[in-house]
Ligand binder design. Structure first.
Ligand SMILES: *Cc1c(COP(=O)(O)O)cnc(C)c1O
Length: 415
C-alpha cells in the first residue's frame, strides 16, 4: 500500500462527512432470491427477518420465475458460462443475434444491439451518433446514466424543464441551426413514476426535424396494452428513433441492456460505441433467460394486467388512507413525506412491521421532496398488498400524517 497516512486521512474525512451528513448508504443483505417475500439481515449482524419487498424493480415478478430459471440453466448447459470476449472478436453466439431479433420485434423497431447494461448503452450511444455540430436537448430529470453518456459526447448539451413542451419547443427553435438535434427523455421517470409526453414530443421532433431518444428502463415489459413500453402507451410505436432499455428490471432482472431503433443508428453503435467494443459480451446464461422472458410476455399479457390491477389497488388504498402521493398511473408510487429524517424513521418503522420500502431524500430527490418510493410487482398477491397497506396506515397514524396536506406535514416536520 503506497499512499501515506496523510492521503488516507483525506479519504477517511470524506467518508466521515457522508456519515455526518446522513448521506452514507448502508446496504441491506438479502439472504433469499428476489421475490415478494424476502429474508433480510438488517442491521448487519442481526437475525434474518422475513419481509415483503415493496421497492424492487421486479415489476413483472420474473426475477425468480421457474421458467426463466430453467431457461437460464439450459442456456448454461448448452452455451457455457462465459464468452471471454467482446462481441466483435469472438463473443457473439447465435443466441445473442436471436435476442437482438426478438427485442426488435418486441419493441417494434428496425434493429437492436445488446450492451452489458443500459448504463453502458447510454454511455456509448450519444458519442457513436453525434458530434460537435449537433445538440442534445434533455429533460432535466433524466437518469444519471444518460447524463454520464452525454458527458462523453462532444455535441452541445442543453435541457428543458421537466415534461414542459413549451420550453422544449423554445429550445428546438434556439438550436435550429445545428446539424442534428436529439431530444432525450426517460419513458417513465424513476423517482416520480410519471410518464413522458411522447405524443407531443414526436410531433415537435417531426416539426423541427429532430430525433427522439427514449430510455424505457422503467417501462419495457409492462407499460402499454401489451407491455411494449411508453411508445405503445402513447400510441407512437415506430416513431421513436432510439429506445434504450435494461434487462435488469422487469425483463428478468439479471443484467444487460440495449439500444434499439433506426437501423443505421444501431449500425453506428456496432461500429463505434465504446462499451460495446471494449466490454465483455452478455453471458449466455443471461441471454437465455431474457429470451424466455420475451416468450412469456409474447404469449400472454397476464402479468402486466395483474401488475396494473395491483397498482390500482395500491394507489387507491394509500389515497383513501390520506397519504400525499405523486400523481401517475405507473407501478412506481411515491408516498411523499418531504422531510428527510421522517422518511428514514418511517422506513424503519415499516421494516419493524415486516415491510421493506426505502426512504429517499436529497440528493437522490430534490431538497424537501423526501419520500418512500414504493414499487408494485405482479409478484405481489393481494395478501402482500393488504398487509403492506395496514403497515403504512399504522405508521402513518403514529406520525399523524394521514389526511394531512403537504403544508401541514411540512409545518409539523420541516422540509
Ligand atoms: C436502471 C436504469 C438504467 C441502468 O440500467 P442497468 O442495465 O442496470 O445499467 C438506465 N436508465 C434508466 C432510466 C434506469 O432506470
Amino acid at each position: 500500500m503506497a499512499y501515506s497516512d496523510k492521503v488516507r486521512q483525506v479519504f477517511q474525512n470524506t467518508i466521515e462527512k457522508l456519515e455526518n451528513d446522513g448521506l452514507f448508504k448502508q446496504e441491506r443483505f438479502i439472504h433469499s432470491s428476489q421475490a415478494a417475500d424476502i429474508e433480510v439481515e438488517f442491521p448487519v449482524g442481526s437475525s434474518l427477518k422475513k419481509v415483503i419487498n415493496m421497492c424492487a424493480n421486479n415489476y413483472l415478478g420474473l426475477s425468480s420465475h421457474p421458467d426463466v430459471v430453467k431457461a437460464a440453466h439450459d442456456g448454461l448447459e448448452d452455451r457455457g458460462y462465459g464468452m471471454s470476449s467482446v462481441r466483435f472478436i469472438c463473443g457473439t453466439q447465435d443466441i445473442h443475434k436471436e435476442l437482438e431479433k426478438k427485442v426488435t420485434e418486441f419493441l417494434g423497431t428496425e434493429d437492436t444491439i445488446l450492451f452489458p447494461s443500459c448504463m453502458d448503452a447510454n454511455a456509448g450511444v450519444f458519442e457513436a451518433i453525434l458530434g460537435s455540430e449537433d445538440v442534445m436537448i434533455s429533460d432535466r430529470l433524466v437518469h444519471a446514466s444518460i447524463i454520464d453518456g452525454m458527458r462523453l459526447c462532444s455535441a452541445i448539451h442543453d435541457t428543458f424543464k421537466h415534461s414542459d413542451m413549451t420550453h422544449l419547443e423554445k429550445k428546438l427553435q434556439l438550436h435550429a441551426d445545428k446539424r442534428f438535434k436529439m431530444v432525450i427523455t426517460d419513458g417513465v421517470f424513476s423517482m416520480d413514476g410519471d410518464t413522458a409526453k411522447l405524443g407531443e414530443m414526436v410531433e415537435l421532433c417531426e416539426k423541427y426535424d429532430a430525433m427522439l431518444f427514449v430510455d424505457d428502463s422503467h417501462s419495457s415489459g409492462f407499460i402499454g396494452k401489451t407491455g411494449r413500453g411508453t411508445h405503445e402507451h402513447c400510441n407512437v410505436i415506430g416513431k421513436i428513433d432510439i429506445i434504450t432499455t435494461t434487462f435488469g428490471k422487469a425483463l428478468g432482472g439479471a443484467s444487460g441492456g440495449c439500444v434499439s431503433g433506426r437501423k443505421e443508428l444501431v449500425e453506428l453503435c456496432r461500429q463505434k460505441a465504446r462499451p460495446y467494443l471494449f466490454s465483455n459480451t452478455i453471458a449466455p446464461v443471461v441471454v437465455s433467460g431474457v429470451l424466455r422472458v420475451l416468450d412469456i410476455l409474447s404469449e400472454s399479457t397476464e402479468r402486466r394486467d395483474k401488475l396494473e390491477k395491483n397498482t390500482e389497488f395500491w394507489r387507491k388504498g394509500l389515497e383513501e388512507a390520506g397519504f400525499v402521493l405523486k400523481e401517475g398511473d405507473t407501478p412506481i408510487v411515491p408516498v411523499m413525506l418531504f422531510n428527510a429524517k421522517l422518511s428514514q424513521d418511517f422506513s424503519k418503522d415499516l421494516y419493524d412491521e415486516g415491510i421493506y420500502a426505502m426512504g429517499f431524500f436529497f440528493p437522490v430527490v430534490p431538497q424537501g421532496q423526501a419520500r418512500i418510493r414504493t414499487q408494485i410487482s405482479a409478484g405481489h398477491e393481494m395478501h402482500h398488498l393488504e398487509k403492506a397497506l395496514d403497515a403504512f396506515i399504522k405508521v402513518g397514524k403514529k406520525y399523524d400524517i394521514l389526511g394531512k396536506s403537504k403544508k401541514e406535514i411540512v409545518d409539523m416536520y420541516g422540509m
